[in-house]
Design a binder for this molecule. Structure first.
Ligand code: CUA
Length: 260
C-alpha cells in the first residue's frame, strides 16, 4: 500500500516505521489538499458575482470551519505525539549496547568518506589533531616517535578512505559521524539514516540492516565543488563475510605514517 510513494528500497529495521510515518503524513496532506481545493471550488461557485450583486456584510455564522480545524489539529497531534516523538526518541536514545554492536566511525571530508573500524581489540585508538597528515587523516595515535606516546588500541585500527562502509546483516551498528572540514551529511536512503557530519563533534546513529546488498551512501549537505562526488557505498554482507573482510584489512598503522 506504500508502493505509490516510490520510496527507496528498504534495508533497515527501524526504516519500516519511518516509511509508515511518511505514509500517514501523505494521507493527512492529501486530505488537506483535496479539502482546500474542494472548498476553493465551492467558494468560487457559491459566491460568484452574477449570483451576489450586493456584498453580504453579515458574513459566515456557521462554526463548521472551527470543528474542521479541530479535527486537523487533532490529526497532527496524533502524528506528532503518537509517531514522530517516539520515533525520534528511539533514534537518539535507545541505542543498542555497544558491546553487542558493530562500531564504525565515519568521517566526511572534501570530498570522500573515511570509515574507521576498531580492529580485533574492539577499541578505537586515541586521536591527536597534531598527527593529522595526508597519510594519517584520522590522526590516530598508534605510536608517536616525537613524544614517545603510544596507544596499542590504535595499532590495529582499520581506516578506509574509499567511501565504503561494510556492515553485517541483522546486527546492530553504531556509526559515529563527524567531519574533518566543513559540514557534510551522512545519508543512506535505503537504511533510512541521515546525520549531519559536523567538525568537532561525533554524533552517533544506529541501525540494523535487514537486507544484503550494496546501498548508496551520499552526502546530503552542499559542501563544496566536489559535493556531487561524495557518493559511496554501504555494503551489507553476512556476518561471516564481514569477519572475513575485516580480517583482510590492513591496520592503519601499517601504512607509512609521518609524525612531526
Ligand atoms: Cu560532503 Cu556534500
Amino acid at each position: 500500500m506504500i508502493d505509490w510513494l516510490y520510496l527507496p528500497p528498504l534495508a533497515s529495521e527501524h526504516g519500516a516505521k519511518v516509511d509508515s510515518f511518511i505514509l500517514y503524513i501523505h494521507w493527512l496532506m492529501g486530505a488537506l489538499f483535496v479539502g482546500w481545493l474542494g472548498y476553493f471550488a465551492y467558494a468560487l461557485w457559491r459566491f460568484r458575482a452574477s449570483n451576489n450583486p450586493q456584498a453580504n456584510y453579515t458574513g459566515l455564522r456557521s462554526h463548521a470551519s472551527t470543528y474542521i480545524e479541530g479535527v486537523v489539529v487533532a490529526a497532527e497531534a496524533v502524528l506528532l505525539i503518537g509517531f514522530a516523538i517516539p520515533l525520534w526518541a528511539s533514534a537518539v536514545e535507545e541505542f543498542p549496547p555497544a558491546s553487542e554492536s558493530i562500531q564504525v566511525n565515519v568521517t566526511g571530508r572534501q570530498f570522500n568518506w573515511i570509515s574507521r573500524y576498531p580492529g580485533p581489540d574492539g577499541k578505537f585508538g586515541r586521536q591527536d589533531v597534531h598527527l593529522v597528515s595526508p597519510e594519517n587523516p584520522m590522526g590516530i595515535l598508534a605510536k608517536n616517535e616525537a613524544t614517545k606516546d603510544e596507544d596499542p588500541a590504535g595499532a590495529d585500527d582499520i581506516v578506509l578512505e574509499i567511501s565504503e562502509v561494510v556492515v553485517p546483516v541483522d546486527k546492530p551498528v553504531i556509526v559515529r559521524v563527524t567531519s574533518l572540514d566543513v559540514i557534510h551529511s551522512f545519508k543512506v536512503p535505503a537504511l533510512r539514516v541521515c546525520q549531519d557530519a559536523t567538525p568537532g563533534i561525533a554524533v552517533p546513529v544506529h541501525f540494523t540492516a535487514t537486507r544484503l546488498g550494496n546501498y548508496r551512501l551520499t552526502c546530503a549537505q552542499l559542501c563544496g565543488q566536489g559535493h556531487y562526488s561524495m557518493a559511496g557505498v554501504v555494503r551489507v554482507v553476512t556476518e561471516d563475510e564481514f569477519n572475513q573482510w575485516l580480517a583482510e584489512q590492513t591496520p592503519a598503522s601499517a601504512e607509512p605514517v609521518s609524525y612531526e
